[in-house]
Design a binder for this molecule. Structure first.
Ligand code: PLP
Length: 441
């Protein structure tokens, strides 16, 4: 394979000694100090992505709110950074909400999502006073209104609506088409019914509509079409029920580069496309341009993360391929198994060498847990450090204890300083919840 251009993000660079650096820290030193596998988050890059979202949307729209979809990466430190950058926060479970509150995130800037919010979760949302509950079904609407009335309060909501649009992305992350578990469909009349009921019920105040059509999208035409359909539906609600809604939440979904083949649109292009689609549709329907909310997850944190591994056995099978085993795998990154996700990697302690030898990077679980099917590396030896790029989103948050692997630590790096923000799990942590019943003793 020809040597490839390294794909570097944020503060990543190759030092004179050939080591990969991020946040002013030598990744090889990070691996030595904190152990591997290790999730590393580039704080400056994460903050930069937050600002880029805020600024590019502010330039194009009179009122825009950027809301981090915390499911991509939820820890208290990450919530704090997102708060400091002035973003809002999506949560979709009691656990994510609890984490945000523990981090001191202002509840009025939290949106609560989910297609089946438990009664305890609805109560928790009311107790902490989240800014918006994004209602996903009629049954939830009734349960929420009832709980709010019981508590003698009122809560602001928006309705999750299905525009009936299928973006070109992996089918596991498509959510805007007709055949979906999420939301109330425009096409079946369920969305209009939801709007009517929401405006009549006490305890809830309908502020706007929400849709989220998919994730890891590389083309913005589906999103533009969704924006248009949503604005038209808002105008229809005005005409049918005299309801004026002034918030339109268009969800997340912007793709990122996992390999050099990926060329996602920029945040500026996203903002431009959304603004134009909303403005045109609003003009056509003589509707005031609503406040736009977007909910990026992956595109905020994905490229700010990398994972460091230590190389174990290297097996060359003549005429077939070379297998390079690392000290992690499926438990810290389920995405190759889930979605056939692709990645690129570099030998972090010789990043300045030509990376031309194709190998298969595999984990150490009792599965054929492939991390990268084929990646060109410089010749690797046991003990080398491998960095896999773009692992900030949906890695730690999807990690498991499969094979009873303790979950990795996470460090936040900035200006040469590295702080642990998630402690590595210990063996004791693994049996902490286990109970030996009396009769087995
Ligand atoms: C997952 C999700 C997002 C974020 O999606 P990304 O593809 O990570 O940007 C936003 N909104 C909702 C409702 C989601 O479920």
């Amino acid at each position: 394979m020809p040597d490839r251009e390294l794909m570097l993000f944020g503060t990543q660079q190759v030092r004179d000694d050939g080591h990969l650096e991020v946040g002013g820290c030598d990744t090889v030193a990070l691996a030595n100090e904190f152990g591997t596998p290790l999730y590393v988050i580039d704080e400056a890059h994460l903050r930069q992505q937050c600002r880029e979202y805020r600024e590019r949307f502010a330039e194009r729209l009179p009122k825009a709110t950027i809301c981090f979809a915390s499911k991509a990466l939820t820890t208290t430190a990450i919530c704090r950074i997102v708060d400091q950058e002035g973003l809002s926060l999506d949560v979709s479970s009691a656990g994510e909400l609890y984490t945000a509150i523990q981090a001191g995130f202002p509840p009025e800037r939290i949106l609560f999502h989910g297609n089946f919010k438990l009664d305890q979760e609805i109560q928790m949302a009311l107790d902490v006073g989240v800014g918006r509950v994004v209602v996903d079904s009629l049954s939830e609407l009734y349960r929420l209104a009832e709980a709010a009335q019981r508590a003698g309060t009122e809560t602001d909501i928006c309705l999750r609506v299905v525009p009936g649009i299928k973006p070109r992305t992996h089918r596991y992350v498509q959510t805007g088409q007709v055949d979906t578990k999420f939301g109330l469909h425009i096409g079946t009349g369920a969305a209009a019914e939801g709007v009517r009921v929401a405006t009549e019920l006490e305890g809830v105040v309908l502020r706007g509509l929400h849709c989220h059509i998919g994730s890891q999208m590389f083309e913005l035409d589906s999103l533009a079409r969704a924006a248009e359909v949503m604005v038209e539906f808002m105008a229809q609600m005005r005409d049918e029920f005299g309801v004026m809604l002034d918030e339109l939440n268009l969800g997340g979904g912007l793709g990122i580069a996992y390999t050099s083949e990926d060329a996602p649109p920029s945040i500026a292009e996203l903002a431009g496309t959304v603004a134009q689609a909303v403005q045109e549709a609003a003009d056509n329907c003589s509707y005031p341009v609503p406040e736009i909310i977007v909910e990026p997850g992956r595109s905020l944190v994905g490229t700010a993360g990398l994972t460091l591994y230590t190389v174990g056995p290297v097996k060359e099978i003549p005429g077939v391929r070379t297998y390079v085993a690392v000290d992690g795998g499926l438990s810290d990154n389920p995405r190759p198994a889930l979605y056939g996700a692709e990645y690129t990697a570099v030998v972090a302690n010789r990043a300045n060498q030509p990376h031309t030898i194709p190998v298969r990077l595999v984990g150490r679980h009792c599965e054929s847990d492939t991390l990268i099917d084929e990646v060109a590396l410089t010749p690797v030896r046991e003990g080398d450090i491998i960095a896999v790029f773009s692992t900030g989103a949906y890695h730690y948050s999807m990690a498991s204890n499969y094979n009873r692997f303790p979950r990795p630590a996470m460090v936040l790096v900035q200006d040469g300083q590295a702080d642990v923000i998630v402690r590595r799990e210990s063996l004791e942590d693994l049996t902490r919840q286990d109970i030996m019943p009396e009769r087995l003793r």
